[in-house]
Ligand binder design. Structure first.
Ligand SMILES: Nc1ncnc2c1ncn2[C@@H]1O[C@H](COP(=O)(O)OP(=O)(O)OP(=O)(O)O)[C@@H](O)[C@H]1O
Ligand SMILES: O=c1[nH]c(=O)c2[nH+]cn([C@@H]3O[C@H](COP(=O)(O)O)[C@@H](O)[C@H]3O)c2[nH]1
Ligand SMILES: NC(=O)CC[C@H](N)C(=O)O
Ligand SMILES: [Mg+2]
Length: 540
């Protein structure tokens, strides 16, 4: 009973769950987000999912949009068994077209006509069909929606009626006469559709009858029980913690579930932030009572990084060294466990979040690798441990809410993410102890000033990078020839795209002045005004 599948199965059985079938739309994950926001649990599966292979019974099904045209060769199709489940179904855009094809026998009625952008939807009430009016319950008769399609319905599928139209789409929303099956041409999951969330809530709660019970408060107890059931009375778990939000929340959950049978390991890789290891030791170890050991491997890491300048090689070296150090430590812990007569370590805790899961189950397959981000990904292959990932169903904001409920301080819960390879990918070029020291010091000042100005929570991520180029300056009447600090600050919700943060000039002035005065080896500070894309958040 140790596999992650077992653990995952239960969660959809513990909560009323909406099944979202992903046909590859760029917005599929947003459907998941929006429904979760209404307090209803939902999970995204690839559209190829066979209903008979599901290990839970959904209360309703959403068919997402798709980049495919329904007539295209190789276009994905839904398992028709979806319609035998006896639960409500809603199709969004491509999903509407799929419903029209399968339920309405209507393929010739789908033709090319593209529409992109805002439209006004006129809601049509149908009092003779009891379920028809529930979808737009509480939504104005005329409401703004967002369209993004190349095909549209130009005839009504058999047994369907119209419940919404726009100037260009006569069939912008349809409903089956007898069954609770709906199709909408617009996208309720994007915020441009003003009442989109209300519509999804109507579907999940009013139509499917889901309870709005997905709260982090209810998740805590259930999750702790799940962990206990999986680990057993005597099992031990090891986990790498970084002081980042994800691993901290996962660690606290483990601690609550199994106490000191959870062994946390923090690896000092020599490229952590200023005072980071000390801080994590105090907060996780002392305040939160987690059984934590800090392994100082900074010399090993910095030794292996000597003379390396390529960003991806830096990541690989750090990732591999991390595995070496962690494995050695896990082995030591194992021996200690045997010595004490408690269970050996059978499990490895990881702080995987739902966006990573979504990425890996994507029907289109994982997207192109821009940077190799997964610094612990290689662990399992070499270890005999089973994986425990208590956060694998959660989005970052859910993890933060969970952290607060678990009593983790705001300072920690709202920390900006920090990449595993740390300052090594923020010191451009070769990573030497001297370079790390400069970058670390500048970063410390930068973050301190951001916090003083009360802007930390407004910014999603901020850091200082050290550019290995020199420029001329003048200090105390003397010529200087020193390096450059680049300040980066972005706002983003998902870290996939990001805008640079529009700092008040007075704050930038103070930061720049402090760095130039206090950090040795720097005579110039620049602010990075690049959005992602085309840039990325980290410089390497
Ligand atoms: N220095 C470290 N020591 C031990 N484990 C680490 C270290 N750095 C990273 N890890 C492990 O790698 C995982 C991935 O790191 P990542 O930065 O994505 O997550 P995080 O640090 O937990 O949270 P955040 O995204 O907020 O920084 C961490 O959850 C942790 O398990
Ligand atoms: O754990 C990590 N290991 C990495 O190698 C890594 N590279 C980037 N990041 C973080 O990912 C987010 C997006 O960063 P980019 O725009 O630079 O790709 C940002 O939050 C980055 O900090 C990493 N995290
Ligand atoms: N957003 C969508 O689902 C679009 C569906 C399909 N590709 C179309 O163009 O109509
Ligand atoms: Mg981190």
């Amino acid at each position: 009973m140790s596999s992650q599948t077992d653990v995952q199965t239960t969660i959809s059985n513990l909560y009323d769950t909406i099944l979202i079938l992903d046909f590859g739309s760029q917005y599929s994950h947003l459907i998941t987000r929006r429904i979760r926001e209404t307090g209803v649990y939902c999970e995204l599966f690839p559209c190829t999912q066979k209903i008979k292979d599901l290990d839970f019974k959904p209360k309703g099904v959403v068919l997402s949009g798709s980049p495919y045209s329904i007539h295209e060769e190789g276009a994905p199709h839904v398992d028709p068994a979806v319609f035998d489940l006896g639960v409500p179904v809603i199709g969004i855009c491509y999903g509407l077209q799929e419903i029209s094809r399968v339920k309405g026998g209507n393929t010739s009625g789908i033709s090319r006509k593209s529409e992109y952008g805002f439209a006004e939807l006129k809601v049509i009430k149908l009092d003779n069909i009891p379920h028809a009016n529930k979808l737009f319950d509480g939504i104005e008769e005329i409401t703004q929606v967002w369209m993004s399609h190349g095909d549209h319905l130009d005839s009504l599928p058999q047994d369907f009626e119209i419940i919404g139209a726009t100037e260009t789409s006569d069939y912008a929303a349809i409903v089956h006469k007898k069954e609770p099956i709906f199709g909408i041409q617009f996208h309720p999951e994007v915020t441009h559709t003003l009442k989109g969330k209300k519509l999804l809530e109507n579907f999940a709660i009013n139509i499917c009858g889901c309870k709005s019970s997905w709260t982090m408060g209810s998740f805590v107890d259930k999750e702790i029980e799940r962990i206990r059931a999986v680990v057993g009375e005597n099992g031990s778990v090891v986990g790498a913690v970084s002081g980042g939000v994800d691993s901290t929340v996962a660690a606290v959950l483990m601690k609550r579930a199994i106490g000191d049978r959870f062994h946390a390991v923090l690896v000092d890789n020599g490229v952590m932030r200023m005072n980071e290891c000390q801080l994590v030791k105090e907060t996780l170890g002392t305040q939160l009572g987690i059984n934590l050991r800090v392994v100082d491997a900074s010399e090993l890491f910095l030794g292996r990084l000597a003379n390396v300048t390529d960003p991806e090689r830096k990541r690989k070296i750090i990732g591999n060294t991390f595995i070496d150090v962690f494995e050695k430590e896990a082995h030591k812990i194992d021996e200690e466990c045997i010595h004490k007569g408690v269970g050996k370590i059978d499990f490895l805790l990881q702080g995987t979040l739902y966006p990573d899961v979504i990425e890996s189950i994507s029907f289109k397959g994982p997207s192109a690798t821009i940077k190799s981000h997964h610094n612990v990904g290689g662990l399992l292959e070499n270890m005999r441990l089973s994986l425990i990932e208590p956060l694998r169903e959660l989005f970052k904001d859910e993890v933060r809410a969970l952290g607060t409920i678990l009593g983790i301080s705001d300072d920690l819960v709202w920390r900006h993410p920090f990449p595993g390879p740390g300052i090594a990918i923020r010191v451009l070029g070769e990573v030497t102890p001297a370079q790390v020291k400069i970058a670390r010091h500048a970063d410390f000042i930068y973050i301190e000033e951001i916090k003083k100005a009360n802007l930390y929570r407004e910014i999603s991520q901020a850091y200082a990078a050290l550019l290995p180029i020199r420029s001329v300056g003048v200090m105390g009447d003397t010529r200087t020839y020193e390096q450059v600090i680049a300040l980066r600050a972005v706002t983003t919700t998902d870290f996939m795209t990001a805008d640079w943060y529009d700092f008040p000039v007075s704050v930038l002035k103070r930061i720049s002045s402090r760095i130039l005065n206090e950090v040795e080896g720097v005579n110039r500070v620049v602010y990075d005004v690049s959005s992602k894309p085309p840039s990325t958040i980290e410089w390497e």
